[in-house]
Structures are given as structure tokens and as C-alpha cells.
Design a binder for this molecule. Structure first.
Ligand code: 13P
Ligand code: SF4
Length: 295
């Protein structure tokens, strides 16, 4: 069976669109209607004219799309496409920190569960974290779940940033240490990488920020310190430039759960529908919408 043709047919019949994150496999990127970083995808999710959104990404991204689109059906093609980092934070950790720092504001990276977002003052992504934090009228910020992104923000603001929990991280990016990362090109580093690598970067940026940086750069060869398939995205956008993954083993297993075949099955069987508890969704939506207003 030609899955790509079948997907095209089903998309038309169902009035469906496919949103995909920049870390998806090359073949998934090629069938997406829209590709982007977390912020670009959240924004896109607010302006889609479709009955079905198929989300080729991980759980928190599909949840965000569902929260922003209560009147549409959001499908995720795999039940195991999850973000490990989101698991570091629980509502209990946030509530305890709020008791300890009653005047602090809670800023949550979108890589968090809907139940956690419902307790946040505002969400952020790596593209807008500094802007979001600086927009708040509080001197102390409880920031979770990524301690490396918290460090990145703390170096760019005068506010006191308390990471929640102290050791939250992404296994893909934490392994991108100065010891394993190659240096034979302009070094682009995602802010989820450890501070030691951030220090060596030519630019620190979200995946969407990397696209914008390359578009403006005269350089020819780039080392990409983030999930390996980001190079697929960059190569397709800039065929005249060279991109190499900073480390071949930087692979997000959650993202790789999505395949072309699973997208076809997702459309065919209308599975798996992303559902978020109504009350949680209502509160989480406020935190996400505040972020979209700020950025
Ligand atoms: P971006 O928002 O930069 O695409 O990052 C998402 C993510 O999960 C990074 O690991
Ligand atoms: Fe989550 Fe890390 Fe995968 Fe990004 S790369 S989705 S932070 S596990």
C-alpha cells in the first residue's frame, strides 16, 4: 500500500491537517502540512481550519493543541509518543514550592503535563522563555521542569529563578556534553543542553530559532546540538548548506514512535483521540494563552 497517497486521500475526506515537530523522521516531515518548534506549533494550532488535527510529535504538544481547540478532534498516532522530561514535574512539587515561595510566579515549560500547566501562571517554550519571565511582576520565579533551560534564563534576567525540581532534564540533550559534541562547523545549541555546552555555543536557540539563525547566516557548515533529525529539517530548507548532528546518538525515542504508517492508521481509525479533563484544560488554556499574548 502507498501510505502517502492514502494519507492524502483520508486528509481530504476528513478535512484533516498534519502538524509535525522538527524532530520527526524525515519521511514524516515530508508529509506534514505544517512543521515547527513548540511555539510555532502551538500558535498554528490556534488558527487551523480543519475538523481533525493529527499531531506528529509528543504527548504534551498534542495536549496543548487539544487544549487550544476544544471544538476539534486532535489525534496522536502513537500512545507511547511521550516526553520524558515532562515526568520530572508533578502538581505536588509545584504546590509545595508555592507554599514555600508564596510571592513567586510559576513559569512552566510547555514540556509539562496539562495538570501541571493548570497550576502555572504562564507557560513558555525555549523560544520565548526569557521574554515570558521578564514580562512578570515578580522577583522570584518557580521554573520547571528543565533545569538547563532554567539556567539559560537565569543568565539573561535579574530575577531569581528556582528550578522545579532541581534536576529536571531531557535525556537527549543532557547527553550532549562538550566531550561528545563535534566542533567542525558553526555550533548551534538548544537551551536544554547542559550549561557547559551552552558556554561553547555560537548560538543558543530553539529549533525554530536555529532555522532563523541559519537563514541569516553566511556560514556554510553547521553542527546541530539537539535531536538528530533536526538536521533533516535544516537540510530540506537549506539544500546548499551542510548540517551535521552534534552527536549521532541524540535521539528522542518519544518522537520516533510516530511513523508514516501510524499516521495512516491514525486517520483511518480516528485514533488516538487526545482528551484533557475539562477543568484542567480550562486553567491550562489560560496559562498557554498568556504565553501566546506575551510572545
Ligand atoms: P523546540 O520548542 O525548540 O522545538 O523544542 C522542543 C523540545 O522538546 C526540545 O527537546
Ligand atoms: Fe522531551 Fe527531550 Fe524528546 Fe524534547 S527531546 S520531546 S524534551 S524527551
Amino acid at each position: 500500500m502507498n501510505y502517502v497517497d492514502e494519507i492524502k486521500k483520508l486528509k481530504k475526506e476528513m478535512n484533516a491537517v498534519i502538524l509535525a515537530h522538527n524532530y520527526q523522521r524525515g519521511e514524516v516531515q515530508r508529509i506534514a502540512d505544517f512543521l515547527g518548534d513548540s511555539l510555532e506549533l502551538a500558535r498554528k494550532a490556534t488558527s487551523i481550519d480543519a475538523d481533525y488535527i493529527v499531531f506528529a510529535g509528543v504527548d504534551f504538544m498534542a495536549e496543548t493543541a487539544a487544549i487550544l481547540n476544544p471544538d476539534k478532534v486532535v489525534l496522536i498516532p502513537s500512545k507511547t509518543a511521550s516526553c520524558e522530561m515532562a515526568r520530572y514535574l508533578t502538581p505536588e512539587i509545584i504546590l509545595e514550592a508555592k507554599r514555600k515561595y508564596p510571592d513567586a510566579k510559576v513559569v512552566l515549560y510547555v514540556n509539562s503535563t496539562a495538570a501541571c500547566k493548570a497550576l502555572a501562571d504562564i507557560t513558555c517554550t525555549s523560544a520565548n522563555a526569557v521574554k515570558v519571565v521578564n514580562s512578570l511582576d515578580a522577583d522570584t520565579i518557580l521554573f520547571g521542569p528543565d533545569a538547563n533551560l532554567a539556567h539559560y534564563v537565569s543568565e539573561r534576567t535579574n530575577k531569581k529563578i528556582i528550578p522545579l525540581p532541581p534536576n529536571g532534564h531531557c535525556y537527549v540533550h543532557t547527553n550532549l556534553t562538550p566531550e561528545v559534541v563535534r566542533r567542525d562547523g558553526v555550533l548551534m545549541v538548544h537551551p536544554e543542553c547542559p550549561p557547559e555546552l551552552q558556554k561553547e555555543a555560537d548560538v543558543i536557540a530553539s529549533t525554530g530559532g536555529m532555522v532563523k539563525f541559519v537563514a541569516k547566516s553566511d556560514a556554510r557548515r553547521f553542527v546541530v546540538a539537539t535531536e538528530r533529525d533536526m538536521v533533516e529539517r535544516l537540510r530540506s530548507l537549506f539544500p546548499d548548506k551542510e548540517f551535521v548532528p552534534a552527536w549521532e546518538n541524540a535521539i528522542c525515542l518519544g518522537m520516533k514512535q510516530i511513523t508514516v504508517r501510524k499516521i495512516y492508521e491514525s486517520l483511518r481509525d480516528k485514533k488516538y483521540v487526545v482528551k484533557v479533563d475539562e477543568k484542567i484544560a480550562e486553567r491550562a488554556r489560560m496559562a498557554i494563552e498568556r504565553m501566546l499574548e506575551v510572545s
